[in-house]
Design a protein around this ligand. Structure first.
Ligand SMILES: [Zn+2]
Length: 216
């Protein structure tokens, strides 16, 4: 069972990935994790990645391939992978198929969490954090009241990096890059669209059902 998980920022992809890892005993990989691990290990490759990232350059696909190959060739991870935030473009997706094939594996399913843009904006822009007790509220979905929160309104703040323009750009970039990849997997009959607007538990039930149907 090798799974790819897609979803825009704020869709709860990380939470669902963690749930899948726990329930199905898989290993999660994101390119970010792989790059950070390589840097930590301080190998030649790690040092090269570090200098690329420090100068703000994109890490080339060849390096990503190299890191992915290491995972695929490791027996511990055989057919137990969940990719989060990878592949990032169509070339990487096609190449991943080749690499998997080299190690006698394939992608079992691709799960795409769909969440409408307005809802994502409300989820992120509505978020309020209490500086006193650390509680998290949402202006739209979970407003603070004098019953659920005793510190009062004055200690609630918004995260400064959550502004609407940045979020809209991030969402547009995500769709731009991800749609061609989703179409690719759709043609291969691997794509499962999941309504990411439901409750976390409901979403996970849907995911479990899909994975169970593949294992049957
Ligand atoms: Zn508080």
């Amino acid at each position: 069972m090798n799974i790819i998980l897609f979803g825009p920022p704020g869709a709860g992809k990380g939470t669902q990935a963690d749930n899948i890892v726990k329930s199905f005993d898989l290993f999660k990989f994101s390119t970010g994790d792989l790059l950070r691990k390589a840097i930590r290990n301080n190998t030649d490759l790690g040092r090269k990645i570090k200098s690329l990232m420090e100068e703000g350059s994109l890490v080339p696909d060849s390096i990503i391939d190299n890191l992915i190959t290491k995972i695929l060739s490791d027996k511990k991870y055989y057919n137990r992978l969940i990719f989060d935030g990878y592949p990032r473009n169509l070339d990487q997706a096609k190449n991943l198929d080749k690499l998997l094939n080299n190690y006698n594996q394939k992608i079992s399913c691709v799960l795409n969490l769909e969440v409408n843009k307005d809802l994502l904006l409300k989820r992120i822009l509505g978020r309020l954090i209490c500086t006193k007790c650390g509680s998290i509220f949402n202006k739209y979905f979970k407003p603070q009241t004098n019953i659920n929160h005793l510190c009062g309104n004055n200690s609630l703040i918004k995260r400064s990096d959550d502004n609407e323009k940045t979020l809209i750009n991030r969402y547009a970039t995500y769709l731009d890059k991800t749609l061609p990849i989703l179409n690719y997997y759709k043609k291969l009959n691997l794509l499962h669209e999941i309504n990411g607007e439901k409750e976390i538990d409901q979403i996970f039930e849907e995911i479990e059902a899909i994975i169970a149907s593949l294992e049957a």
